[in-house]
Design a protein around this ligand. Sequence first.
Ligand SMILES: Cc1cc2nc3c(=O)[nH]c(=O)nc-3n(C[C@H](O)[C@H](O)[C@H](O)COP(=O)(O)O)c2cc1C
Length: 198
Amino acid sequence: MKRSLFFSTIFFLIPFLAACQQETKVSQAKSEPAAEAAKSPKILVSFYSWSGNTRRAAEVISKTAQAELFEIVPKEAYPKDYKECIDKAKEDIANGVKPELTSLPENIASYDIIFVGTPNWWSTIAPPVRSFLDCLKDYKGLVVPFVTHGSGGLANCEKDIRSSIPTVKVSIAGSWPGRSIEKAEASIAEWTKSVIGK
Ligand SMILES: Cc1cc2nc3c(=O)[nH]c(=O)nc-3n(C[C@H](O)[C@H](O)[C@H](O)COP(=O)(O)O)c2cc1C
């Protein structure tokens, strides 16, 4: 090859190769966010709360997991008076009552993970949560229970969630004492990260 031909070939080839490399970088940069989105699961944090503790836990979970919140609300609220609420809850649980709810989340099947939060009521889940679980009977994703309690811990809550939705995959529950829920926020956030694999 003549020397002049060699130099003119190099002269055109270098900018051409540089442009190709640039294009590869741009297309990689474009595809990365899409791949990231495909990896992150769609999460819903559902909860029932009578006096605010389970709501607080739900808010920490939803913030940590960047998930939507859904409050389970019975059409007829439980009495505001503690003693009356205790008695009504005891009666409803004994009779297996499933109170009507004001609404259900749209398109349940679109979520990969659904957290379900309940206070421990008489060692089991609150009746509105029992009603809510009916809409998860054919759910194909993962249900993650969480519980706030007085001094009785998880008691039968996880077991009763499992038996309400026997064909659904249910993970090990998280539980925290309701009266010190603010102090538990860091532990709730850590637990959430471990559950969703962050
Ligand atoms: C009707 C009723 C029954 C309860 N039963 C129990 C129980 O059996 N064991 C327990 O540890 N705590 C019990 N508690 C206490 C609640 O589980 C605890 O305060 C919880 O954090 C309340 O959550 P919330 O603020 O989201 O309603 C009961 C509370 C109520 C109102």
